[in-house]
Design a protein around this ligand. Sequence first.
Ligand code: NAD
Ligand code: GLY
Length: 344
Amino acid sequence: MQIKINCEKPYSVFINELDTIELNSKVAIVTNDRVAPLHLEDFLKRLKVKEYGVIIVKDGEKYKNFETLNYILDECFKLKLDRKSYLIALGGGVIGDMTGFGASIYQRGIEFIQVPTTLLSMVDASVGGKTGINNKYGKNLIGSFWQPKVVYCQTDFLQTLPKREFSAGVAEIVKMAVTFDKDFFEWLEINSLYEEENLQYAIKKSIQIKADVVSKDEREAGIRAVLNYGHTFCHVIENETEYRRYLHGEAVSIGMNMANRLALKLGLLKNEELKRVEKLLKSYDLPISYKVNSSEKFYESFMLDKKSFNKKVKFILPDSIGGFSMRDDIEKSLVLSVLDEFND
Ligand code: NAD
Ligand code: GLY
């Protein structure tokens, strides 16, 4: 199955169609010390390239930083990669984001290929060309838009993925459905993603939604911001909990519930719709609650969000199920009243 991304530099996402990667170039595979023992050997069998090297970094969001990026770039130089060389990201969103960023600045930019190995990176992170790293001021605050040459999603990688990580990916699938596709949401309510056929369908649907959005707005001047539904809250939660307590998708799940409660207060979402989203998230054991210690402090942290501008916070809210609303005019007191509801 092939999905085309029609951005400035078009490319394709293939689902379960990776046979071999043939390139008349030098290649460096970037992966981590958790994925490498599980999948590297098999992956290398699929590679027919001029010459390759492997760059293995430490696993974890906390290593998505300048130090690791610098290590990747150093290794690229040691491998004598040239401007025709490729990087291949073999891993989840952390590896994909860092490899893409490295590719975008190595010798002013070389090609890279995404081979996502988590559900979250298949349905979201590997597609669309957002790359980057975190720093002490927040998540993904340093990065670039750099589209991959091609993306290969292979669902067999997911056989080794822990259930919790799988659910984190489901959160991003729910995100796409709630904001863009009512039928898909209704389909998710009755079809289990633990079944391979359903999973492949949901991956395809999610990528199609993302492909459509990215094709319309590659650099997030407008509609692409909708893909950040739940993320305004999620990023504050991840920061407050120092990226330790929740997986990214779990924090997105809580963030969507917070956004939904705000949408409810604004009359954009009905209580019955809010409950249906809650039920779907809970059916994959995703968290939807969080203890907000200080609503004021939480609100102040919104200012670090890349969507905040001129002290205005932009909220992406569902407008019924399958629709969205982008709002930067919401009274602070209303937002605080939603945050006050989160006390466990
Ligand atoms: P991740 O990359 O940390 O992967 C999650 C865990 O699963 C890691 O421990 C990883 O080593 C392990 N893993 C990966 N593949 C595995 C497999 N097949 N079997 C067993 N374990 C495996 O996290 P993620 O959830 O994939 O991605 C989250 C990251 O993606 C965040 O940094 C987030 O900011 C970023 N992200 C980027 C975009 C984007 O558009 N660029 C979108 C969403 C998220
Ligand atoms: N994950 C949000 C985006 O790609 O824009």
